[in-house]
Ligand binder design. Structure first.
Ligand code: ADP
Length: 261
């Protein structure tokens, strides 16, 4: 748990770092746009002395491209390591950490389905995602409230699978719900965009939900937000179910011991 807390703090630092990088990137783009504006005006005035504005624009764009290269290299540092996860056990194992992260003003409730098939995802990344969602929920419940974590199994097929952009099949649903401020529809629409935040400068990076989105898509799943202003928000994660043969090795050994019929 201490290790997870450190990990959560590290993620917060990473978020702040990334926010700083985005700020630098915007400054570089401002140089490019400024140079192009001047260039446009000079050209309109019939000036032939345009080379230095072109050089300034190219230098700014080259620096910005170098920065995105570094960002991409950084983002690729931790490849996902998916394996079967017992979601109920994971949630139970995280409760202490969750309570410590969001504080005593918020009640934490769980609605665990019990007897779920395993999901397939990277366990430590999934825990980070749940922490991210819990921190957002806390931020939305300034005057206290209830955080509910629920699990269930859900078959996604037909039109729903198409809408979610996933292969039809069995999914595990992990829901993180709060009784906080909620989001108006235009915020829900933009919530997964990188760097989209409604929080004060230095408070929000706008990277939390975009990381959540990237994680579930890479895991072959889907994420959906239900939110009502003044009532609260539910974030539903859909993660693929482990194939029957992909259960834990211990279970497979037990199955092997069973007498043939
Ligand atoms: P950040 O939390 O740094 O702003 P996120 O990507 O996690 O970045 O969230 C983007 C925006 O979505 C937030 O600024 C907030 O407006 C909204 N949001 C996210 N989670 C919730 C929530 N549980 N309740 C209300 N609004 C939320």
């Amino acid at each position: 748990a201490e290790e997870q807390l450190r990990q959560a703090q590290k993620m917060e630092a990473v978020g702040q770092l990334t926010g700083g990088i985005a700020h630098d990137f915007n400054n570089m783009l401002a140089v490019v746009i400024g140079a192009l504006d001047l260039l446009e005006r000079r050209v309109a005035q019939g000036s032939t002395d345009i080379a230095r504005y072109l050089t300034a624009a190219r230098d700014g764009a080259t620096r910005a491209a170098g920065l995105t290269q570094r960002l991409l290299a950084f983002a690729r540092q931790t490849p996902l390591a998916p394996r079967p996860i017992d979601l109920d056990a994971m949630v139970k194992g995280m409760l202490d950490l969750l309570v410590r992260t969001i504080g005593d003003d918020i009640r934490v409730e769980t609605h665990l389905a019990g007897d779920l098939r395993p999901a397939v995802a990277d366990p430590s990344q999934l825990e980070n995602v749940v922490l991210n969602l819990a921190v957002n929920a806390r931020d939305a419940m300034a005057g206290g409230g209830t955080l509910t974590i629920a699990t269930s199994q859900h078959r996604v097929e037909g039109e729903e699978a198409e809408r979610y952009g996933v292969a039809p099949g069995d999914f595990l649903r992990l829901c993180v719900a709060d009784t906080g401020a909620g989001m108006p529809p235009d915020v829900v629409r933009r919530a997964f965009e990188p760097f989209f935040t409604t929080k004060a400068v230095g408070k929000g990076t706008g990277l939390g939900l975009s990381q959540v989105f990237g994680f579930v898509r890479q895991s072959g799943g889907h994420v959906r937000i239900d939110s009502t202003p003044g009532e609260g928000t539910s974030v539903h994660l859909y993660l693929p179910c482990a194939a029957a043969e992909a259960t834990a090795p211990r279970d497979r050994a037990a199955a092997d011991r069973e007498p043939p019929r």
